[in-house]
Design a protein around this ligand. Structure first.
Ligand code: GLU
Length: 334
């Protein structure tokens, strides 16, 4: 097995970061924490920050959530700049970029990097329940076993299918700014993944493709996001490497979890920023809580995002998740 070498990210470009919310629900404390870190890191390097609304997963996107997301970010005190892709001050909507994603998809198809797959979710789950290689455990969920990989299916004969990325059977490595060296064999530990889906007569690019194209076209040099997306980085790097596009620096930050060690959810109370705002809590209190949880300030205090510029030191940021306990932080509020 040979190492597939992934070029180190370029660091000589002007710093550009992005806030890339999926408007599938209101922002909660966990999203806010990742966005605050992304924004602080860019701003204290004198970099630009773009807002990109990742709204291509249409069945789950609620138009009202786009407005809510923008309001939440403004309330937190995060601002953003106009990127080259924008015509006016509106944020970039990923849904407006379909022709560009499809152009890159076509290039990948022509290059033979993808194959047609007609497996349903159920097919994948059933096939993936077979025993796995214990030396190379799955990085997340079901590993697609490659059922359609050599089937040479023709898309024009199918009503419903997906294009999957064909991973090379090789180890890949990259460096996360916070977590250091990451390595895995994505072919065995993640499996080939869906890069676009053909459904109801339209071809819809998946997040993995859209994010790579947008990050590249916007000249993004730094991607700060939740560590639930670490495995996606292998998928995105594979595309970048094929296209010979310089990867950004990746920094995956820990999530906020509940006292039961599970990802923050409704059962832990209402942690939407809108809830705190409507309950009369000031943004400075939330930013203060987040800053304290990250270790940017020693004592819990009210603080603005702007006041924290210069205080972020990645060497001191923990890789452990933060436990949010409502009663401890905001007694009697929920
Ligand atoms: N839109 C994604 C999310 O909200 C984030 C994607 C990214 O930062 O790459 O989970």
């Amino acid at each position: 097995m040979t190492d597939s070498f992934v070029a180190p990210p370029q660091t000589d470009r002007p710093v550009r970061a992005r806030l890339a919310p999926s408007p599938t629900g209101a922002l909660h404390l966990g999203n806010a924490r990742s966005f605050l870190l992304a924004w602080l890191s860019a701003r204290q390097q004198g970099g630009e920050v773009y807002l990109r609304i990742e709204d291509i997963d249409s069945p789950r996107v609620k138009p009202e959530s786009v407005r809510q997301t923008i309001e939440d970010l403004r309330w937190l005190g995060l601002d953003w700049d106009q990127s080259d892709l924008q015509r006016d001050e509106e944020p970039t909507l990923q849904s407006g970029r379909m022709p560009r994603f499809l152009e890159v998809l076509e290039e990948l198809i022509q290059a033979g990097r993808l194959y047609v797959c007609r497996c349903s979710r159920k097919d994948v789950a059933e096939a993936a329940s077979a025993p796995h290689d214990t030396a190379l455990p799955a990085l997340e969920g079901d590993v697609y076993p490659g059922t359609c990989r050599d089937a040479c299916l023709k898309p024009e004969l199918l009503e419903k299918y997906a294009w999957r990325w064909k991973f090379a059977d090789a180890k890949m490595h990259w460096t996360d700014r916070l977590r250091g060296l990451q390595q895995a064999n994505p072919a065995r530990q993640l499996g080939d993944y869906v890069i676009a889906k053909f459904q109801n007569g339209v071809l819809v690019p998946a997040y993995q493709l859209a994010v790579v194209v947008d990050d590249y076209d916007q000249g993004i040099t730094e991607v700060v996001r939740g560590d639930d997306l670490i495995s996606s980085t292998y998928r995105q790097l594979a595309i970048l490497k094929h296209l010979n596009w310089a990867p950004p620096n990746y920094i995956h930050v820990p999530l906020v979890i509940g006292p039961d060690s599970r990802r923050l959810a409704k059962r832990h109370g209402d942690t939407r920023l809108a809830f705190f705002r409507e309950a009369g809590i000031r943004a400075e209190s939330i930013v203060g809580y987040l800053a304290h949880s990250i270790g940017l300030i020693d004592q819990r205090a009210d603080v603005t995002a702007q006041e924290l510029v210069g205080e972020l030191d990645w060497e001191k940021v923990s890789t452990e998740p933060t436990v949010f306990e409502f009663e401890r932080e905001y007694p009697g509020l929920n």
